[in-house]
Design a protein around this ligand. Structure first.
Ligand code: TEU
Length: 528
């Protein structure tokens, strides 16, 4: 693709700034740490870096509770640091993507503080969803909407009114019918595009518009009162016009299993791309994977948008842990403490999955630590910070297990993260082999596999955008061709399988057997 179309087949690395690299050694990641680590990302071979929110925030929800969309949180650095980071990244050929959170603000945002102060009936309250309660004294919430995290969606303020929050009470929802809300976010987009970012991830992108009148939620009502309202597409049409002025691109966080509804977000005048969560949630099973890949490509072809391939992010159980479990799919509803996992098996599968995703047409997202094969960490109960855990009444382990600070060195205190103080989340004691320095020295490490795969993907032909064709195979084996004679084979059949005829073995996720067959849970890239 041309440089304007870079996003159609980019590999994008997700940085969770709190846990990526710690420049000042205080145990919390920061922008100085990211700047030092830019050569690591350039060497890895990714095209762009997406930063989860780095704005000023009380960090009730890891920064997804934004107090000021134009300021960097002081624990991370300053706006000047962000500007330097964006230009230093660009010098290394890395584009920057920021994360915009339009559905809600922090309860510490100036608008919400003003709304509380101004009281019922004030114009300040119209920026949010304030309502009187039900019941004789207004003591019951205005409606029965379920939360995106467990618990209620309404909180009562001292003057008796209630406000809506799909997530925590510290994240009041904005009223997207209000012109000031729209104007403000359009300005925020311009603010970051002006600073040289190439793209914007849109948080909770299908939730912004609420059904007028906020009607009660009856199970199976169609449409849902706040997921995927038709009005939402107006918002993205006006955003697209802004992005086009800057050559910027969007990636929407659109959790919608229905492929027709999902594709509507990717119409040519709306979002360029959206995360492919059906693929992320798909179990490690050949038939299911093949169907998901086919459905994905068909739904994207209809709107001429490239697919994205995502195996994990800061909200879901890490890939090697998930793939080592009996149930290899992902589901928020079934997450539990202490689910047994076979890490060796999960790692083997994650290595094969890396070659699968990087060979498919479209762009790929990597979540920090995925290139190291980090497993989900068990966080001691008294150290969990994720509100998802607390709001579940303690039954859900929450998402901190995938947010643990990265191990950079095997030796230094805290694996090179936090020279002066403890990391904000504890790191497991057995993580030395996962450290970047250990893995760099080991040609068989996950990091070496990713570096080799990304080097081939960048330099070689046949990857990225373009057609793919399935090859006939034994049951449980996935094999497909890409342009220029590239072939990817993934074996999930439970027994070794013969490789199709080829001239060159480009890369393998693990050793072939003595008969040069591909073992179970292993993938290869071949050239015809
Ligand atoms: O997540 C949005 C979101 O709706 C899902 O990840 C949600 O947790 C799931 O559907 C459970 O029902 C985004 C961010 O990625 C996440 O980290 C934030 O906590 C959330 O928005 C709130 O901003």
């Amino acid at each position: 693709p041309s440089t304007e179309d870079w996003w159609r087949d980019a590999v994008i690395y997700q940085v969770y700034p709190r846990s990526f690299a710690d420049g000042d050694g205080d145990g919390t990641g920061d922008l100085a740490g990211v700047r030092d680590a830019l050569p690591y990302l350039a060497e890895l071979g990714v095209d762009a870096v997406w930063f989860t929110p780095w704005y000023r925030s009380p960090m009730v929800d890891g920064g997804y509770d934004v107090a000021d969309y134009r300021a960097i949180d002081p624990t991370f650095g300053t706006l000047e640091d962000a500007e330097k980071l964006i230009s230093e990244a660009a010098e290394l050929g890395l584009r920057t993507i920021v994360d915009i959170v339009p559905n809600h603000v922090s309860d510490q945002h100036a608008w919400f503080r003003a709304a509380l102060e101004a009281g019922p009936g004030s114009p300040e309250r119209e920026l949010f969803h304030f309502r009187p309660g039900r019941g004789e004294n207004g003591e019951l919430p205005p409606n029965s909407w379920p939360s995106q995290f467990a618990g209620t969606t309404w909180t009562r303020v001292p003057d008796g009114e209630w406000y809506l929050h799909l997530f925590t009470p510290e994240q009041p929802d904005l009223n997207w019918n209000h012109p000031a809300v729209r104007r403000e976010h359009e300005d925020v987009l311009r603010f970051w595009f002006e600073r040289g970012v190439s793209g914007v991830r849109i948080d909770s992108a299908a939730l912004l518009a609420k059904h007028p009148g906020l009607p009660d939620f009856v199970e199976d009502t169609d449409p849902h009162p706040y997921i995927d309202q038709d009005e939402i597409h107006d918002i993205y049409r006006s955003w697209r016009a802004i992005a086009d002025q800057y050559g910027g691109v969007f990636v929407g966080e659109v959790w919608l299993p229905d492929s027709d509804r999902f594709a509507r977000y990717l119409r040519p005048d709306e979002l360029h791309t959206a995360f492919n969560f059906n693929f992320l949630a798909c179990p490690w099973e050949a038939g299911r994977l093949r169907r998901t890949i086919d459905d994905t490509l068909a739904e994207h072809a209809l709107v001429k948008a490239p697919a994205t391939w995502v195996l994990c992010n800061h909200d879901v159980t890490r890939t090697v842990t998930r793939y080592g479990r009996a149930d290899t799919g992902f589901d928020f509803a079934t997450k539990a403490f202490g689910t047994p996992t076979d890490l060796a098996l999960g790692t083997r599968r994650a290595r094969a999955a890396a070659l699968l995703t990087l060979a498919l047409p479209g762009s790929v997202y990597l979540y920090q630590g995925e290139e190291l094969g980090l497993p989900e960490a068990d966080i001691p109960l008294d150290r969990i910070e994720d509100p998802m855990h607390f709001r579940s009444g303690g039954t859900d382990p929450g998402r901190d297990g995938c947010r643990v600070p990265l191990p950079w060195t095997a030796e230094a205190p805290h694996y090179g993260f936090g020279s002066r103080s403890e990391p904000w989340l504890p790191q497991p004691e057995d993580w030395a082999p996962y450290a970047v320095d250990c893995q760099s020295a080991d040609p068989d490490s996950m990091l070496s596999l990713y570096r080799a795969a990304l080097r081939l993907r960048r330099s070689g032909t046949g990857f990225g955008d373009g057609p793919m064709t399935w090859l006939p195979t034994a049951d449980g084996v996935l094999a497909f061709t890409r342009p220029h004679g590239l072939i990817c084979v993934v074996n999930l059949s439970g027994r070794p399988t013969d490789l199709p005829p080829h001239e060159q073995l480009l890369l393998a996720s693990g050793p072939l057997d003595a008969q040069r067959r591909l073992p179970d849970d292993t993938a290869v890239w071949l050239r015809l």
